[in-house]
Design a protein around this ligand. Structure first.
Ligand code: 5GP
Length: 186
């Protein structure tokens, strides 16, 4: 179908506070919408139980990450809660060049870098139903220590205030519902 104003292939960037459930929405998309192409980020944090190198993330050392940045191989990158995260540039560019949509799930600083580099992308903010619900989700995950949770909540407060920078807001009341809304936007 012809569209006016936008190229056929579109980059969509999903962002929102840590703990809002971006990971769950993306996991739901992997399970139930396998045709959606998702960027696999590089991170220096250690894998959580159940995470596989090359699936949820490419797990890298600080040295490897620094080299990727120096070589210009990351489309964007940011430090979040003491670790580095970045989006490999080449796979995203290949996907878009082939005329196919691509989805990135990244935090706010990275989303802002992508907006600088690719202003025509679509920016989607995943919002928690309430702040209390966000705190409950972050503390209830059980995979992080108190210091990590505190750092993530601090980042979450800043990230919540950025909602107005985004083109679309999806409230993550139910994961399946949020995932469906996101897929419809791609
Ligand atoms: P987690 O450690 O919980 O998997 O991710 C922590 C935060 O890093 C989340 O907000 C997630 O969206 C973000 N993140 C994951 N990959 C990337 C990336 O490639 N770039 C940026 N800027 N943030 C990322």
């Amino acid at each position: 179908m012809a569209r006016t104003g936008t190229p056929g292939a579109r980059l969509t960037v999903l962002s929102g506070p840590s703990g809002v459930g971006k990971g769950s929405v993306v996991a739901e998309i992997r399970r139930h919408h396998p045709s959606v192409w998702l960027s696999v980020s590089v991170t220096t944090r250690k894998p959580r139980p159940g995470e596989t190198d090359g699936v949820e993330y490419h797990f890298a050392s600080e040295e490897e990450f620094t080299a990727l940045v120096a070589e210009g191989k990351l489309l964007e990158h940011a430090e979040f809660a003491g670790h580095h995260y970045g989006t490999p540039r080449e796979p995203v560019e290949r996907q878009l060049a082939a005329g196919l949509p691509a989805l990135l799930e990244i935090e706010l600083q990275g989303a802002r870098q992508v907006r600088e580099a690719m202003p025509q992308a679509q920016f989607v903010f995943l919002a928690p139903p309430t702040w209390d619900e966000l705190v409950r989700r972050l503390t209830g995950r059980g995979t992080e220590d108190d210091e990590t949770i505190r750092r993530r909540l601090d980042a979450g407060l800043v990230e919540l205030a950025s909602e107005k920078e985004f083109d679309v807001v999806i409230v993550n009341d139910r994961v399946e519902h949020a995932a469906k809304q996101l897929v419809e936007l791609l």
